[in-house]
Write a protein that binds this ligand. Structure first.
Ligand code: AR6
Length: 169
């Protein structure tokens, strides 16, 4: 069987796959980190489409076109702002599940995730990485008929090593 989960080291805006997942905020109107990078590369039409979406709740996901990106689509999901309560985990899991459900609905077969909530939103990587991997594995197991390649985008060496370890590579 073809490998369903992969790791990519580098900038998510440069990945060639059908869809990339943005770690957005509730306004969906752009920001810093990966959100800023995606808007810069996709171009101003992205902001225009995002305005019409009227925001997004934590744990949920919305889709737009990819505009000037290599990816055809962008899924915007809003991770939890880490505070150490148990809802953080549920919300982070929801981001991965809801993004994958939305990708499936749109006939997408390859999707790259940024490490949601692990930057400005302060989710410790040692907690967030196992949650991300488990949520994706669970979704793939529940959707065995679905051809879906999942890429974890790792922006630096630390994140890259943590995903490698978690995936047993
Ligand atoms: N490609 C891949 N990963 C990246 C890139 C990139 N170009 N740039 C950063 N990362 P963050 P959050 C990684 O802060 O924590 C924004 O302002 C980075 O190393 O982008 O969910 C939004 O508008 C980190 O591991 O997202 C929200 O207000 C990961 O992306 C808020 O930040 C997530 O870091 C969301 O915070």
């Amino acid at each position: 069987m073809r490998k369903q989960i992969k790791i990519d080291y580098g900038d998510i805006t440069q990945i060639s796959c059908e869809c990339i997942v943005n770690a957005a905020n509730k306004s969906l109107l752009g920001g810093g980190g990966v959100d800023g990078a995606i808007h810069r590369v996709a171009g101003p039409e992205l902001l225009e489409e995002c305005r019409a979406l009227h925001g997004c709740n934590t744990g949920e996901a919305k889709i737009t076109k990819g505009y000037r990106l290599k990816a055809d689509y962008i899924i915007h999901t809003v991770g939890p702002i880490y505070s150490g309560v148990k809802e953080d985990r549920t919300m982070l899991e929801n981001c991965y599940r809801n993004s994958l459900d939305l990708a499936k609905e749109h006939g997408i077969h390859s999707i790259a995730f940024s490490a949601i909530s692990t930057g400005v939103y302060g989710y410790p990587l040692e907690e967030a990485v196992p949650i991300a991997v488990a949520a994706v594995r669970q979704w793939l197991a529940k959707n065995p008929e679905e051809e879906m390649e999942v890429i974890f985008s790792c922006f630096n060496e630390t994140i890259y090593q943590m995903y490698q370890e978690e995936l047993g590579e």
